[in-house]
Design a protein around this ligand. Sequence first.
Ligand code: FES
Length: 195
Amino acid sequence: MSSENAGNEFTTFPTGDDTSDESDVRRAVAPHQRDFPYERGEEAQVTRREFCNFLALTSTALFVSAAGFAAKAALDSRATESFTPRRIEGAEALAPGSALNFRYPTEDDTAILVRTREGEYHAYGQKCTHLACPVYFERQRQRLECPCHEGGFDVRTGGVLYGPPPRPLDEIVLERRGAEVWAVGRKAGEHERSV
Ligand code: FES
């Protein structure tokens, strides 16, 4: 996850889902607390200036944190493209632990639908993100592999497991309509490598 620095030493904020405003604020004010130690017995000696500094830091922390979440949301929405929905023929009958190929969003775009052993569906563009060789489903190891330079991808996330690919596979966004599985969009695999 990225860090942001608003130009002073107090504001470095991870923006991952595992953080909260509370931890952001605590992290932001830690140097301030070190420079201005707080002792219960000295509570009465806290000056107006220290209190104002604290408020300014807290406001900055909240602002930067909110900006980080907004930027992440904007990035996510940019990365997903909607296309004309198309039913994936044969998806309903696909056995767990196997895969089939289909074309989406156009007839020139080959894609691969995987049904995990647990029954979940995941789909990806078939082009390897290294040099565009087609990936395939390796049934024994339950992962997507690229034969050109031994690249490997996680079937649940599309993330790179090993090899030279620089980024995850493009994800085909799926929608369940009853028993049917439809492709409805494509999401560029722009996030960082999973390993
Ligand atoms: S093209 Fe897939 S690893 Fe090189």
